[in-house]
Design a binder for this molecule. Structure first.
Ligand code: COA
Length: 383
């Protein structure tokens, strides 16, 4: 039997902090209101050069480093995001190029804030089925780019960041013990970005109406979330053949402290068994759970052998949960000089390789007459 172990983890958050006091200068709100209704005190916002791909890349690099895995060994990259770099190509492919992972397949996964747990579930099942040995999963978001900063009902909630994990095949029992993924598309309109897709392509009109921003029915989403966290947690723990008492730490999606407290009450869990960091980051959608797990590990809340429940919920509507057994990470071997040098040069070399590949493609197009890719302007003319 093959098990999927989590052997590496990494996170990235932008350095720019936006506090509740900062928001209260631009919209009619207050620190007191935001803290009492959500638990959020501040959030991180990406700088002009930071995107879902650049942040996901940094988190992925860290995760590979912790795992002692080189990009060349990665078989598959799954990037969960609601704020992809482009409609296409996939952000996962952009990150694959940045990492220089030549044999990796790559695709994006759209399941709202449940995306990372979906990726964990799918990635681990591919490994357990013998399909791949090493799967890199990433949750990365620049929600600040789709947030209407004049809408006090949503702008107080969201933040930017990225998290990643490396899943690796092992014959030793452990790793991802059980998982589930669910959806109820009838609630899709409760949390959405209405324009920009095939249903309502972007136009001057949609932009004027602000339909490219997040729209949310906060109360309904709240009710849905409180219900599914309890249900999914119980089901996934049972699937793993465990009881709630066997779980050392619960890491729910960091959306709202009141949702987390409501779930804790119905699951009869003490708050010290639940990890919370939303006060500092707000809701970072698919990045929230991997960022939280990284911080839980950093501050000693996770020990080898501990069992964790991860539960995500969000747009779709979707929800997902997983039970993981935290393995003893492969001891960080003292790396010899060659390995250390390799890790320093590998990413600049990947960037050069990417540029050379683009250059050669242009030369080839000139020599053999294949049309080189050109951008088309709004009048349909090639630029
Ligand atoms: N500051 C001050 N007042 C605000 C406000 C803000 N930022 N946002 C809304 N209000 C006002 C409303 O206008 C309303 O005023 P009214 O009674 O005069 O009409 C009042 O506060 C209550 O609004 P309501 O929407 O009922 O508040 P709420 O208690 O449901 O809290 C949320 C709003 C958004 C914080 C809450 O519904 C929530 O967190 N929902 C879940 C959202 C979520 O997690 N989404 C992501 C899921 S992945």
């Amino acid at each position: 039997m093959t098990y999927a172990h989590i052997v590496g983890w990494g996170k990235y958050v932008p350095s720019k902090v936006v506090s509740n006091a900062d928001l209260s200068k631009t919209v009619d709100t207050s620190d007191e209101w935001i803290v009492s209704r959500t638990g959020i005190r501040e959030r991180r916002v990406a700088g002009p050069k930071e995107t879902s791909a650049t942040m996901g890349f940094i988190a992925a690099k860290q995760a590979l480093d912790v795992a002692g895995v080189l990009p060349i060994d990665v078989d598959l990259i799954i990037c969960a995001t609601a704020t992809p770099e482009y409609s296409f190509p996939a952000t996962a492919s952009v990150i694959q190029d940045m990492l220089g992972a030549p044999k990796a397949g790559a695709f994006d996964l759209s399941a709202g804030c449940s995306g990372f747990v979906y990726a964990l579930s799918i990635g681990s099942q591919i490994i357990q089925g013998g399909g791949h040995q090493v799967v890199l999963i990433i949750g990365t978001e620049t929600l600040s780019r789709i947030t209407n900063w004049n809408d006090r009902g949503t702008c107080i909630l969201f933040g930017d960041g990225a998290g990643a994990m490396v899943l690796k095949a092992s014959a030793d029992p452990g790793g991802v013990l059980s998982s589930l993924v669910r959806s109820d598309g009838s609630g899709g309109d409760l949390l959405m970005v209405p324009a920009g897709g095939s249903h309502m392509p972007t136009s001057a009109e949609t932009v004027l109406q602000g339909l490219h921003w997040i729209q949310m029915n906060g109360r309904e989403v709240f009710r849905f979330a409180a219900r599914v966290v309890d249900k999914a947690t119980r089901e996934v723990v049972e699937r793993a053949g465990l009881t709630l008492d066997d779980i050392q730490l619960f890491v729910p999606h960091q959306a709202n402290l009141r949702i987390i407290h409501a779930a804790a009450r119905s699951l009869e869990l003490n708050e010290d068994r639940i990890f919370v960091n939303l006060d500092r980051y707000g809701n970072t959608s698919s990045a929230s759970i991997p960022i939280a797990v990284c911080e839980a590990v950093e501050c000693g809340r996770v020990q080898p052998g501990d069992k964790l429940v991860l539960v995500g919920f969000g747009a779709g509507l979707t929800w997902a949960a997983a039970v993981i057994e935290w393995g003893v990470p492969e001891p960080l071997r003292k790396r010899n000089i060659i390995e250390r040098t390799l890790r320093i040069v590998i990413y600049p070399v990947a960037a050069i390789r990417s540029r050379v590949a683009k250059f050669l493609r242009r030369i080839e197009a000139r020599l053999f007459g294949t049309p080189s890719p050109k951008r088309i302007d709004k009048d349909g003319k090639k630029k």
